[in-house]
Write a protein that binds this ligand. Structure first.
Ligand code: G3P
Length: 214
């Protein structure tokens, strides 16, 4: 399973990349806006740190505008993946980019049918937003399971990228449901390493070692 970090914060990217578990980065317009840096500069800076897929999202709502942005973004680095919204216009752009062998990540996926449409258009990734489904009283994890079943039924190669991850249990559930990738915020990524029994166990080992040295 691959782990991407879901952030535009360069310090978070540098720090988590040094942990050895990061395979790529996802951004979105909200995350870019938080950085105060323009999107192209940010993506360029990320590409200097991370050797893996970097999702950069278009903001146009019509397919021609999306394509113009996409070709511009794709020029920044070979690792750039164009993030497109799950709309009819987004799907038209996805179809064209797939034909041009440009990698895509279809975002704002909330149903297995939407994931199926993106896969039919050759999307490289689909991003089901599991936390936002939980927010409206549904169980986001089940969507990962449904998409896994659909893709496996037809041998579809589109990768499932679990997004909108809010806590460590979302990561575990995504892994259990067979997600190919999880994109994880820095805070949650850090929490994955932690277990209170690891902390107390290590304290005990170090205390016993110190005693044995006296
Ligand atoms: O990158 C998209 C997604 O991960 C956003 O998550 O927490 O804003 O629903 P969230």
């Amino acid at each position: 399973m691959e782990f991407f970090i879901d952030t535009g914060d360069i310090e978070e990217i540098k720090e988590s990349y040094s942990w050895g578990v990061i395979d790529g980065v996802t951004t979105n317009p909200s995350l870019v806006a938080k950085t105060g840096v323009d999107q192209k500069t940010l993506i360029k800076n990320i590409a200097e740190i991370v050797d893996g897929p970097i999702s950069a999202e278009v903001i146009s709502t019509d397919s021609e505008g999306m394509l113009k942005e996409a070709y511009d973004l794709a020029k920044i680095h070979d690792n750039v993946v164009i993030k497109l919204p799950m709309t009819i216009e987004g799907m038209k752009a996805c179809h064209r980019l797939s034909a041009d062998k440009i990698k895509t990540n279809v975002t704002l996926i909330f149903s297995a049918n939407q994931a199926l449409l993106a896969a039919k258009n050759g999307a490289t990734y689909v991003s089901p937003f599991i936390g936002r489904l939980d927010d409206i009283g549904q169980t986001g994890n089940y969507l990962i399971q449904e998409i896994r079943t659909v893709f496996d039924n037809y041998g579809m190669e589109t990768k499932i990228l679990a997004a909108s991850i809010r806590h460590t249990d979302h990561v575990k559930a995504s892994a259990l449901m067979g997600s190919d990738v999880a994109t994880i915020p820095f805070k949650v990524l850090k929490q994955l390493f932690h277990h209170p029994l690891t902390v107390s166990g290590l304290e005990q080992f170090l205390a016993d070692h110190a005693k044995s040295q006296k």
